[in-house]
Design a protein around this ligand. Structure first.
Ligand code: PGA
Length: 252
């Protein structure tokens, strides 16, 4: 790799966390301040209800959202636009997480429209892709991810500074199961090739995160795999100590 992207360790709090959970962000600020040689950036993506408060508390890390609507504004009850997110000081948004693809039937075309909206507002899109267990068992995993990448990432307007790809095998999310280092290497090399095919030299500079049951005890091995530029973390991001253990294992 010619241009190793700067690593990112991002936490997805999903539908967890009340105002009281913001003390975890205070702890992360402190841990980051005490470790100036850290070789990664950190981000927390809390629920929409505490996004603004999280931005105000986070002095050493970025705050991202977990979803957005594609439109600038309008009659979309319950939805949040990318402009509303930047208005709060949010800098990124997770898009196409498998839980949204499964729970809300979100298609890659819808994800692509949200990526366009994120780019319009100046947000970084963290675009999630990954195969189900059945797709892996039947040998379709590379093809599934190829289609998700091609259909979820718009060619126009996308560059290394405004997207991050997260490979999250659905069967590894919240299960404690992780793919072998060889399988992660195969998929991340595949995604790198796809990004280079779509974006030429910029494809080499795009961060590709691994997500799915990352924790302190497996982070060094997973983050050490070629083309893994950080982690998207669910369960282990809820407590600052557990979340920072990932950084300690892989990026200190
Ligand atoms: P997990 O979730 O770390 O709890 O497996 C990862 C994710 O869904 O981003």
């Amino acid at each position: 790799m010619t241009n190793q992207p700067k690593a990112l360790v991002a936490g997805n709090w999903k539908m967890n966390g009340l105002k009281a959970s913001l003390t975890e962000i205070d702890s992360l600020n402190e841990k980051i301040a005490n470790n100036p040689n850290m070789k990664c950036d950190m981000m927390i993506c809390p629920s929409a209800t505490i996004l603004g408060a999280a931005v105000e508390r986070a002095t050493k890390l970025e705050i991202g959202a977990q979803d957005c609507h594609a439109a600038f504004s309008g009659a979309h009850t319950g939805d949040v636009s990318t402009e509303m997110l930047t208005d709060l000081g949010v800098t990124a948004v997770i898009l196409g997480h498998s839980e949204r693809r499964a729970d809300h039937g979100e298609t890659s075309a819808e994800v692509a429209a949200k990526v366009v909206a994120a780019q319009r507002a100046g947000l970084v899109s963290i675009i999630c892709v990954g195969e189900t267990e059945a797709e892996r068992k039947s040998g379709q995993h590379l093809g599934v991810v190829s289609s998700q990448i091609a259909d979820s990432i718009p060619l126009d307007g996308t560059h290394a500074d405004n997207i991050v790809v997260a490979y999250e095998p659905v069967w590894a999310i919240g299960t404690g199961l992780v793919p072998s280092a060889e399988d992660v290497a195969e998929m991340h090399a595949h995604i790198r090739d796809l990004l280079k095919g779509m974006f030429e030299a910029d494809g080499d500079k795009m961060s590709i995160l691994y997500g799915g049951s990352v924790k302190g005890s497996n982070a060094a091995e997973l983050m050490g795999v070629a083309n893994v530029n950080g982690a998207l973390v669910g369960g282990a991001s809820l407590k600052a100590d557990d979340f920072f253990a990932i950084v300690e294992a892989a990026y200190l």
